[in-house]
Design a protein around this ligand. Structure first.
Ligand code: THU
Length: 132
């Protein structure tokens, strides 16, 4: 399937509106593209017990997985950060487990035309896995 990175970035921007980030005020949006062409969005959710905070990428992934989606071909992440905000280590682990072949698109909300492109495998080589 042809992947429209701009469209997926736009979906992540829309999902970012759902960010619940009263502590950091740092809004992040993510959008996952399934092999069936569906797009599942997510945004970061923070807790007063800071460590319980969940990133946008994982919210999107958990939503998709619990809706029965199994195959992902791309994920987009947007935040207002120069050059775009990269997925954190925890999100890389989860993506490596459940979306190992996905492309990763990253953009800054201040410059959505500039899309950085990565792969999940490239962002976490040699990922820990217990199933093949
Ligand atoms: N955050 C994400 O949503 N994704 C990342 O990959 C990095 C960080 C969120 C978590 C927290 O709500 C805020 O950004 C500041 O760390």
């Amino acid at each position: 399937m042809k992947i429209d990175a701009k469209k997926l970035i736009a979906a992540a921007l829309k999902a970012r509106e759902g960010s619940v980030s009263p502590y950091s005020k740092f809004k992040v949006g993510a959008a996952l593209l399934t092999a069936d062409g569906e797009v599942i969005g997510g945004a970061n959710v923070e807790s007063a017990s800071y460590g319980l905070t969940c990133c946008a990428e994982r919210i999107a992934l958990f939503k998709a997985l619990t809706e029965g989606k199994k195959k992902f071909i791309a994920v987009a992440v947007v935040a207002r950060w120069d050059g775009g905000a990269m997925p954190c280590g925890a999100c890389r682990q989860l993506l490596a487990e459940y979306a190992p072949d996905a492309k990763v698109f990253v953009a800054d909300t201040a410059d959505l035309q500039t899309i950085k492109r990565f792969t999940v495998g490239g962002l976490l080589p040699g990922a820990f896995r217990l199933v093949s």
